[in-house]
Design a protein around this ligand. Structure first.
Ligand SMILES: *Cc1c(COP(=O)(O)O)cnc(C)c1O
Length: 374
């Protein structure tokens, strides 16, 4: 009997450099803070087109520090791509700011910039774009609207390390940007994050608030209520090792995407999101959405069937405007963002781990084609 296959949605690759750098922390006893934090900050922020990088202990705390640094406070409104990891919305809400959901485009799943202006009120202070699944948002119109209405721009780059908008790296396009280095992100620290910016004053605020607002003259006389959101030297060591293989990882992502696309293009009702000609997407995960009437079953039915064949999938995000916790507070309207609401029901992603073989991909594609109505 053959052992049944198990294909997880994701698995990272951890190589020699990562092991070497982490072991260096252990053997030198520089485990909390040390040279790897600084090196990781410098190299990653430079790569992302920024002068300043501040490492944090995860992507959510990076986003919270962005909100703190911009001075967001109770009652302020922040326009946010509605289809996202709730960290994007929660981090604003930690400051009392209200995340205002903005719908996405069906063919790219990215913020629909045409919907932005009608959501602006006297309370709007910032726009938070999310480069979802590694595809950049159409930033020129976003920046134009921000200038016109005097709004700050935060980029949520948690899924988009290395992505480019018209030849410019994401992470350097708004006032502040936030990355995540969770295990399934493009590169990982285990848990980790980073804020990048070209604004020195903002960088200083992020660093100060993320490191407890220690006093300058008298260390333990804090000059404000700060947070401990620091990244450890061990995590940064892992992150630096991962950063050194970023190009290899991005190449793997391209390969995986290309093979899925080749195998699955033309399956009726099985829709692969578009990539804009001006975009360099890093294809975080192979995300798709179904048209159930054409495909012959619903997303949930398909994913159940795939699970029985050992193929793990992950359903699309529940948008901000559908979150019970925000609905119960009267902050959002459920039917506000119809496209994201539809993607929530029909969207999902296929296994996109870095150790996936061609044979694994073909196995997944054959399974889907067998299940599709012909
Ligand atoms: C993962 C993710 C985050 C949060 O990052 P953590 O490191 O898990 O806290 C925020 N935004 C988006 C879009 C994400 O995918």
């Amino acid at each position: 009997m053959t052992t049944p296959r198990k294909i997880p949605v994701f698995s990272p690759i951890i190589g020699r450099e990562e092991t070497e750098y982490v072991n260096d922390c252990l053997s030198t006893h520089w485990i909390s803070q040390g040279k790897y934090v600084k090196q990781f900050e410098e190299e990653f922020s430079r790569y992302s087109g920024c002068q300043y990088g501040i490492a944090t202990n995860n992507g959510t705390t990076a986003l919270h520090l962005a909100a703190v640094a911009l001075g967001l406070k109770a009652g302020d409104e922040v326009l946010v791509s509605t289809s996202t990891n709730m960290a994007s919305a929660f981090a604003m809400y930690y400051q009392g700011a209200i995340p205002v959901p903005v719908d996405i485009e069906r063919d790219t799943w990215q913020l629909d910039v045409k919907q932005l202006e009608r959501k602006i009120t006297a309370k709007t202070k910032a726009i938070e774009v999310v480069h979802l699944f590694g595809h950049p948002v159409d930033m020129d119109p976003v920046l134009e609207i921000a200038r016109k209405h005097d709004l700050k721009v935060i980029e949520d780059c948690a899924e988009a390390h290395g992505a480019e908008y018209k030849g410019r790296k994401v992470g350097s396009l708004g006032d502040l940007a936030c990355f995540s280095f969770y295990a399934n992100k493009i590169i990982t620290c285990g848990e980790g994050g980073m804020v990048t910016t070209n604004d020195k004053a903002l960088a200083d605020r992020v660093r100060r608030f993320g490191n407890f607002c220690y006093g300058d003259k008298q260390k333990f006389m804090h000059d404000d209520v700060g947070y401990n959101y620091r990244l450890s030297n061990m995590s940064a060591a892992l992150g630096l090792g991962q950063f050194r293989r970023l190009e290899q990882i991005l190449e793997r992502k391209r390969e995986i995407h290309a093979r899925y696309q080749k195998n699955l293009t033309g399956v009726r009702g099985f829709n692969i999101p578009a990539i804009r000609p001006w975009a360099k997407s890093v294809m975080w995960m192979f995300n798709v959405y179904l048209t159930p009437s054409e495909f012959g079953m619903t997303r949930d039915e398909l994913c159940r069937n795939l699970a029985e064949m050992g193929i793990e999938t992950r359903e699309a995000f529940v948008p901000i405007n559908k979150q019970k916790v925000f609905l119960s507070k009267g902050l959002v309207r459920e039917d506000d963002c119809p496209v994201a609401n539809d993607i929530m029901e029909t969207g999902f992603y296929l296994p996109s781990g870095l150790t996936l073989s061609h044979d694994d991909i073909d196995y997944v594609c054959d399974a889907i084609k067998k299940l599709a109505r012909h």
